[in-house]
Ligand binder design. Structure first.
Ligand code: BTN
Length: 214
């Protein structure tokens, strides 16, 4: 069942407790949030949706499945080529145009997706955020994403091939640590394999990477 709202605090919050298969879509969010509870700027012009799915895979695999579903929907509907910045950012021309947030709630996965579809203006303190820059295709995008999610193929190869920054030097933020490393690979569980400056290899389960040149 798809439930549509003009405005909610957060579609992820609204979706919690709904039955599996429910999709909550809103045109605006007043308290949208992303990883680490950070605010997700959610004005008119974006697609904000949350799907309630069974928790039958790890959150990392669900993120990979969702990211490839979102990228291919954007390419089909908007005719723009987008990439994935590990782990959950959708990137177009070096700007983040969307994000994914998976939360577990009771025995379900709440799969939240936020995409800046035709958002016109962003606050000055968000210079790395952008818009896909198309007309209002939110309904078509949502339908295509839901369709793609249902196809349930192993997302690993496609996720990896869409990753930006592979082989590049990056800044890693892991908890309180902040250091430089090179991205070497991604394993099938969605862990990022990096090489630190001292030559040691580590697998990141969570954390954030960004280009040192940006
Ligand atoms: C991130 O960039 O860290 C993830 C952002 C996820 C935002 C989406 S918008 C729909 C859903 N509702 C929320 O409050 N968050 C997610």
């Amino acid at each position: 069942m798809i439930i549509r709202y003009e405005e909610v605090e957060s579609t992820n919050q609204t979706a919690k407790g709904s039955q599996i298969g429910t999709v909550v879509i809103a045109k605006r969010q007043t308290s949208g949030y992303g990883k680490y509870g950070r605010e997700f700027y959610s004005p008119e012009g974006g697609l904000y949706m949350s799907m309630v799915l069974p928790l039958d895979k790890t959150p990392a695999v669900i993120v990979m499945t969702t990211a490839v579903a979102v990228c291919s929907a954007i390419e089909n509907i908007c005719k723009k080529t987008v990439g994935i910045k590990w782990v959950n950012d959708i990137v177009l021309n070096n700007k983040k145009v969307g994000g994914i947030l998976i939360e577990t709630y009771e025995q379900t996965a709440i799969v939240g997706i936020g995409l800046n579809v035709f958002t016109q203006k962003f606050p000055n303190d968000l210079p790395h955020i952008g818009s896909i820059g198309v007309e209002d295709v939110r309904d078509a995008l949502a339908a295509e994403i839901i369709d793609n999610m249902a196809k349930k193929e192993n997302p690993y190869n496609e996720y990896k091939s869409r990753m930006i920054l592979m082989g590049e030097e990056v800044r890693v933020r892991e908890g309180k640590d902040d250091y430089e490393a090179i991205i070497k690979d991604l394993d099938e569980q969605g862990r990022l394999i990096i090489e630190k400056i001292d030559g040691t290899e580590t697998k990141l389960v969570a954390g954030e990477v960004c280009s040192v040149t940006l």
